[in-house]
Design a binder for this molecule. Structure first.
Ligand code: MN
Length: 438
């Protein structure tokens, strides 16, 4: 569990002036990683670090020999088209590069002269998925989401008895994960109309989003070994925003007995920026389990996890309909919550995933599951916000929504803020629904 160090000092300012604005997602205390190139170019994709409205091009850093020692080796490993080689190096290398970048980007640093030519404006780039994602697992860590969705699918039996014992998850589809900007045709499939005995085939009528965090595995484990809960976070590189698009009508018909399949595997969208666990250290909070609930089995229990295992990451979802886009109106906020409400922590997800000897690999992605807070207004899906499609939401322009319509774009944002710490952000993840293929 990362301790606070000089890179978290809220007083640090950068010679990149845009990084010093109070509302900036990417101040010098953040330093998240992405893979990018100049938009529309044939350049090779390479790793970069956000600072204000700029990107430190790590391939240029390597070519110019800006750093020495472990930080130089780390920058070199992050200068290719995926961050997997960098992720594989582990926490000491990640920290060494973060510290070197923090020092070089500080106001007054003599490194400004050599680093300034390595900056690329964010407004001029395009991003790609930052790692080769070998495997993707989606968890279900919000008990508020699990209970409200369970009530819609099984009114008499909302929360199944395993929920409070097992960090529930399913193995998802890695090939359809794309970076922010993804668009996809409305999925088509089998659904069972209310009261019908046989299914119909056609476009989903209940297309939804899920507000989630993605967890990128840094270092993996050998097959047959396990990652203990107190080692788990050392294996985690960082977090992104994740939209787990979900076709609720397909899901309701197919999910028993083996879980989601075509209702989820058509698209998943992630933010380009990965915020490291080290950057998130100031926003750790206590993790608690209600006294009346089952306490975790020993392999999911740890003092460190109880003391600091949760993270206060604010999450917000907004919608931009085609009509709003044409009128130049800003996306409308739908809900806001925090990851601190999760029933299971990242360390528990990693420990559980590997306790049977399953091998995680660098670049594997874990979804947190839909993060819904304790009140109905904090729900992370339309399924919950509209009570199963029964209560439409009225948008500021007068349009209504139960589920997503063609042309709708969903925007998710994340950030951390508290007194005494610099505010850091995740940027955003945007994805858009296209008409179904005929
Ligand atoms: Mn999900």
């Amino acid at each position: 569990m990362t301790r606070l160090n000089e890179t978290h000092d809220a007083g640090l300012q950068s010679w990149v002036a845009s990084a010093n604005a109070a509302s900036c997602d990417f101040p010098i205390q953040n330093l998240p990683f992405a893979v990018f190139r100049r938009a529309g170019s044939n350049e090779a994709f390479r790793g970069g670090v956000a600072i204000g409205d700029q990107i430190v091009d790590l391939a240029a850093v390597q070519a110019r020999g800006v750093f020495t020692g472990e930080a130089a080796a780390a920058a070199a490993s992050a200068s290719g088209p995926t961050l997997n080689p960098f992720m594989t190096l582990g926490p000491a290398a990640w920290s060494a590069l973060r510290l070197a970048l923090s020092r070089a980007l500080r106001a007054g640093s003599p490194a400004e002269q050599t680093l300034r030519p390595c900056l690329v404006p964010q407004s001029e780039v395009e991003y790609t998925v930052p790692a080769h994602i070998g495997d993707y697992t989606d968890f279900y860590t919000s008990i508020h989401h699990a209970t409200s969705v369970g009530r819609l699918f099984r009114p008499d039996n909302p929360l199944l008895p395993n929920y409070k014992w097992v960090p529930i998850g399913y193995h998802g589809r890695a090939s359809s994960i794309e970076v922010s900007g993804q668009s996809f045709p409305r999925p088509v499939g089998q659904t069972l109309p209310a009261g019908a005995a046989t299914p119909v085939f056609g476009p989903s009528k209940r297309l939804d989003y899920e507000l989630e965090l993605g967890v990128f595995v840094g270092t993996g484990n050998e097959r047959g070994s396990r990652i203990g809960i107190d080692e788990a976070e050392a294996h985690v590189f960082g977090l992104c925003l994740l939209n787990d698009w979900s076709a609720r009508d397909l899901q309701a018909w197919e999910y028993q007995p083996l879980g989601p399949f075509l209702s989820k595997n058509f698209a998943t969208t992630i933010s380009p920026w990965i915020v490291t666990l080290e950057a998130l250290a100031p926003f750790r909070v206590e993790w608690t389990r209600p006294a009346e609930d089952p306490q975790p089995l020993p392999y999911l229990e740890s003092g460190a996890n109880r003391a600091k295992g949760a993270l206060d990451i604010r999450l917000q979802v907004l919608v931009e309909t085609a009509q709003m886009r044409e009128a130049g109106q800003a996306p409308a906020p739908l809900s806001q919550t925090s990851f601190r409400h999760a029933y299971w922590t990242i360390a528990q997800m990693v420990a559980h995933h590997t306790v049977n000897g399953c091998n995680l690999q660098p670049g594997d992605l874990l979804g947190s599951g839909t993060e819904s807070g304790p009140t109905p207004e904090e729900a992370g899906s339309l399924l919950e916000l509209t009570f199963g499609g029964k209560q439409p939401l009225v948008l500021p322009n007068g349009q209504t929504r139960t589920f997503l319509e063609d042309g709708d774009a969903v925007v998710m944002r994340g950030w951390c803020e508290k007194p005494g710490a610099a505010r850091i952000g995740f940027g955003e993840v945007v994805g858009r629904v296209l008409p179904a293929l005929v």
